[in-house]
Design a protein around this ligand. Structure first.
Ligand SMILES: [Zn+2]
Length: 268
């Protein structure tokens, strides 16, 4: 159901990406980017939630602060938060409250989790969700209100820190951004592209026309994905797909053409 174009049997040739139940496993989380001066988190995961939508999805969240601690970091060490977009699975740790459909009572929001950090998102993304209360979007009380006075905007091409640059990748949401991370000294030619939700699954590297159920503008999403994939067929580029459960980092190999028969001009 998340990839309507995959029906009825589009997964048949990609079954290795499904789990033993035939379900599509998804990781949800953050990327930590450390430079000599900066500690940057890209996206804030799902937050502390645990709920099921029967027959559709099971959500289990809550590990981000433990994962940071394992890197020797506490929330006050994070100086920059960048949101690729504001869907609920990318903003969950914005405050101490992560709204879940099964929450019995609303908890009190006590403040931002990363209180010292600049919080950045594109202008178009902020404008798209402002004042909305959609289940898939940023909660008005737990996310939008606490960010309203601190959010800064950062748009296409802007450098967040030396070597860390925003790439506008609209479609999944109107102000969606990806991130390019390179060596600021230029001595290492490799780069990492943090995709955000340009792709939700490795299958979209091959099936780039498969749109995702929650794409705000699915057609634009296909155009953006195609353009980006063409630029990324490069062995020095590592892609980081936050939802690519089990193998978040990888490379895109160029398409290998199939053989075709040509009978023209055989005998000159
Ligand atoms: Zn997502």
């Amino acid at each position: 159901m998340f990839f309507p174009a995959s029906q009825p049997d589009g997964w048949a040739t990609h079954a290795a990406l499904l789990d033993e139940r035939g379900w599509f496993p998804v990781s949800i989380g953050s990327f930590l980017v450390r430079t000599p001066e900066r500690v940057i988190l890209v996206d804030l995961g799902l937050g502390t939630v645990d709920f099921s939508i029967p027959g559709v999805a099971d959500f289990h969240g809550g590990d981000l602060l433990r994962a940071l601690a394992a890197e020797g970091l506490s929330p006050v060490d994070v100086d920059t938060v960048i949101y690729t977009h504001l869907h609920h699975d990318h903003v969950g740790w914005t405050t101490n409250v992560a709204p879940a459909p099964n929450a019995r009572e609303a908890q009190r929001v006590s403040g931002l989790t990363f209180a010292r950090a600049r919080h950045l998102v594109s202008k178009a993304e902020w404008a798209h969700w402002a004042g909305t209360a959609e289940l898939v979007g940023p909660d008005p009380v737990a996310v939008q209100a606490p960010l309203a006075t601190v959010i800064d905007h950062i748009d296409d091409g802007a450098e967040v820190a030396p070597g860390v640059r925003i790439l506008a990748t609209p479609g999944h949401t109107p102000g969606h951004s990806s991130l390019q991370v390179t060596d600021p000294s230029g001595s290492d030619p490799s780069r990492v592209i943090i995709l955000g939700d340009v792709m939700h699954c490795q299958v979209q590297v091959t099936e780039s026309s498969w749109t995702f159920a929650f794409d705000v503008d699915p057609d634009q999403g296909v155009v953006t994905r195609e353009q980006l994939l063409r630029k990324l067929e490069d062995e020095r580029t590592v892609l980081a797909g936050g939802h690519f459960a089990g193998n978040v980092f990888g490379r895109v190999l160029p398409a290998i053409a199939r053989r075709v028969w040509s009978s023209g001009s055989v005998f000159g």
